[in-house]
Design a protein around this ligand. Structure first.
Ligand SMILES: Nc1nc2c(ncn2[C@@H]2O[C@H](COP(=O)(O)OP(=O)(O)OP(=O)(O)O)[C@@H](O)[C@H]2O)c(=O)[nH]1
Ligand SMILES: [Zn+2]
Length: 340
């Protein structure tokens, strides 16, 4: 594989580049500068104003580079999106072009399936393929058996048990993060994400960065790349924003809970609430013991949240539209010769 392919560039699916430019991958986004990885190494470049339209550049994005200027952002294959809590419905792309999202939970206590399902829904929404990673396997009597149980409960996702202490499972996980593939980790605090990143990198992160550099304004800033090369040739995105949980959209929820979604689609009534309705395939599955009540509850909760979120952004969209129309009316009133 050449250097670009190792960075995740796929010649067969490559977008067209503007004349005289070369592709480079964003490793870090700072206020005024981008740290990019290109076939000839890493450097800091300036983003052209065009890059700041839309959601702006994100770690993992490909840009077209002309000299030290990133002239355009290339189309994304996948995007891990976060909706800024509370402040409008502004979407922020936390990481782009991920192939794999590692959904991390720990084996130190009981695996919290509902929480894992939440993360899975978010991961599916991004367009990447999730893999569940159960850390702290050394704290579990029979990690392989537990991993198998979790895989059975989650349906359709691979589950790998690992330990940063004994290093068991690390090779199996590394094998999934092969050359040119890009992965990122999500999961709650304390489950061992940092330890796992260090174990996968084979050296503590602090040893690879931060690097003191002088930025365009001559000020000293501490920078650390957030797109890391793994010893096996894969890439690992580790951004602070990536670790916070975003809310999944309907599509992601339907993939994470494909069994429930399929059942719901088989109910007699299209708007079935799956409670007391006749011909409800969901309650029938609960009664037959083929669907877990907790899993149904998790699905309901996520659906309700996604619905509330959609309503919120609709309200915002409506308010914006009203403001636009009001401004238009005001502008018309201030015109002396307006037509009646
Ligand atoms: N026994 C055991 N402990 C682990 C393992 N991995 C991590 N730990 C411990 O779990 C605790 C949390 O690990 P971190 O790697 O900091 O967890 P994190 O998910 O990065 O947490 P945040 O930084 O808060 O997001 C630390 O005390 C680690 O030493 C493991 O494989 N086995
Ligand atoms: Zn139903």
């Amino acid at each position: 594989m050449d250097d670009l392919a190792l960075l995740g560039w796929d010649d067969e699916r490559a977008p067209e580049l503007p004349a005289g430019t070369a592709p480079a991958r964003i490793g870090r986004v700072d206020r005024g500068l981008l740290t990019v990885l290109a076939s000839d190494g890493e450097r800091r470049v300036h983003p052209a104003p065009a890059l700041h339209g839309g959601t702006g550049p994100a770690v993992g994005d490909w840009v077209a580079l002309r000299g030290d200027l990133a002239v355009s952002l290339l189309p994304r294959r996948t995007a891990f999106v976060r909706t800024a809590a509370g402040r409008g419905s502004a979407e922020q792309v936390v990481a782009a072009n991920l192939d794999t999202v590692l959904v991390v939970d720990a084996l130190g206590g009981p695996v919290r399936l509902r929480r894992v399902e939440r993360y899975l829904a978010v991961a599916w929404s991004s367009g990447a393929t999730p893999v569940v990673v159960l850390t702290k396997a050394d704290l579990c009597d029979d990690a392989p058996a537990t991993a198998a149980e979790v895989a059975e409960a989650l349906l359709g996702v691979d589950v790998v048990a690992v330990s940063a202490v004994t290093e068991e499972g690390l090779d199996e996980l590394s094998a999934r993060l092969g050359p040119g593939r890009t992965a990122a980790l999500v999961g709650p605090s304390g489950v061992g994400k940092s330890s796992l990143v260090n174990a996968l990198l084979g050296e503590p992160l602090v040893a690879t960065g931060p690097v003191r550099e002088v930025d365009g304004r001559g000020r000293h800033t501490t920078t650390a790349r957030e797109l890391h090369r793994l010893p096996g040739g894969g890439l690992l995105v580790d951004t602070p924003g990536m670790r916070e949980l975003a809310l999944a959209d309907d599509e992601g929820i339907d993939v994470a809970y494909a069994d429930v979604a399929d059942l719901a689609a088989a109910c007699r009534f299209r708007d079935c609430g799956h409670r007391t309705e006749p011909g409800c395939a969901v309650t029938a599955a609960i009664a037959a013991g083929t669907l877990d009540l907790g899993r149904l509850a998790g699905w309901r909760k996520l659906q309700a949240e996604a619905h509330r979120q959609a309503l919120r952004s609709d309200a915002r969209a409506r308010a914006a539209e009203h403001a636009r129309v009001r401004a238009l009316h005001k502008a018309m009133r201030s015109q002396p010769n307006r037509m009646r």
